[in-house]
Design a protein around this ligand. Structure first.
Ligand code: NDP
Ligand code: KAL
Length: 257
């Protein structure tokens, strides 16, 4: 069996900078020979993303602005991708957002607006994107999203984002059930803590990293590359029998009681 991704096209959503998990996924798929399409939330990120992609040898990518809070924007993006490339073979959804004030203190104090915003961007967006992408995945394929342990159990400060990740995880499974008949597999990677722009300025992040180094079975944190290689596995035929699954790439931390 040939596990190269040559001749295949994947959409990567959520590269903010070189530390982004989405960028780790982009590099793994690029190394496997895939053609990549990048989406970013606003025009502000167009140049930084294009500059980064220019460092990938021989990669002739396409770029689209796509704010996932708008169904119209998501639909327009995938309509345009359909016009420009036709078929795609998968996508990586690496998008989450919650108001900073909702990522500290007690979950019970989350506002209605903050709760809905976090769920809109971090969970519903997967549904919206999967719906728009499905007609382009005429040869079947894979959809991968990024989740975190805080959706399975209570992790201090993760608060509303944990509840949104629980919704994301369940959405991933229902989507897997709907899209399986089209030979589209939907899975999630639960990544251990990685220092990215999103994690920046979050109090206690260093303490969380230290705890992983001390307690996780592998006694170290994970890298964007390790998450990227698991995304490659989930988006390639290597994982052809796997759907509706959450794979933890977290040095084994989740097995601890
Ligand atoms: P980054 O900050 O690098 O990426 C977050 C991305 O979310 C950004 O690219 C941002 O786009 C995008 N985004 C936010 N709002 C919108 C929107 N309305 N429309 C489109 N895109 C939007 O952080 P990570 O790489 O850490 O995060 C990627 C995923 O990984 C998230 O789902 C996160 O929850 C998950 N994760 C992260 C972990 C970690 O420790 N870092 C651990 C486990 C899971 P833009 O920059 O264009 O605004
Ligand atoms: C328990 C952990 C400690 C951190 C607590 C909460 C982390 C939440 C992640 C969430 C995605 C962060 C934000 O939404 C940040 C946002 O309010 C401000 N940042 C931005 O707007 C930047 C500029 C943009 C690029 O960010 C986004 N997201 O658009 C969780 C740790 C241990 C693991 C993490 C970091 C998990 C995760 O989901 O990211």
């Amino acid at each position: 069996m040939n596990f190269s991704l040559e001749g295949r096209t994947y959409v990567i959503m959520g590269v903010a900078n070189k530390r982004s998990i989405a960028w780790g996924i982009a590099r793994s798929l690029h190394e496997a020979g895939a053609r990549l399409i990048f989406t970013y939330a606003s025009e502000r990120f167009e140049k930084p993303v294009k500059d980064l992609v220019a460092t990938l040898d021989g990669q002739e990518s396409l770029f689209y602005e796509c704010d996932v809070t708008s169904d119209e924007a998501v639909q327009a993006t995938f309509n345009q991708i359909k016009q420009d490339v036709g078929t795609i073979h998968g996508l990586a959804h690496c998008i989450a957002f919650a108001q900073r004030e909702d990522l500290q203190g007690e979950f019970k104090d989350t506002s209605r607006d903050g709760f809905l915003l976090a769920h809109n961007i971090s969970a519903f967006s997967l549904v919206s994107v999967a719906r728009a992408a499905q007609p382009l995945m005429t040869e079947g394929g894979g959809i991968v999203t990024l989740t975190y342990l805080g959706g399975e159990r209570v992790v201090q400060n993760y608060n509303v984002m944990g509840v949104a990740k629980a919704s994301l995880d369940a959405s991933m499974k229902y989507l897997a059930n709907d899209l399986g008949k089209h030979a589209i597999r939907v899975n999630a990677i639960s990544a251990g803590p990685i220092r990215t722009l999103s994690a920046k300025g979050i109090g206690d992040f260093n303490t969380v990293l230290k705890q992983i180094e001390e307690k996780a079975p592998l006694r170290r944190t994970v890298t964007q590359e390790e998450v990227g290689d698991t995304a490659y596995y989930l988006l390639s035929d290597l994982s052809r029998g796997v759907t509706g699954e959450v794979i933890h790439v977290d040095s084994g931390y989740n097995i601890l009681g």
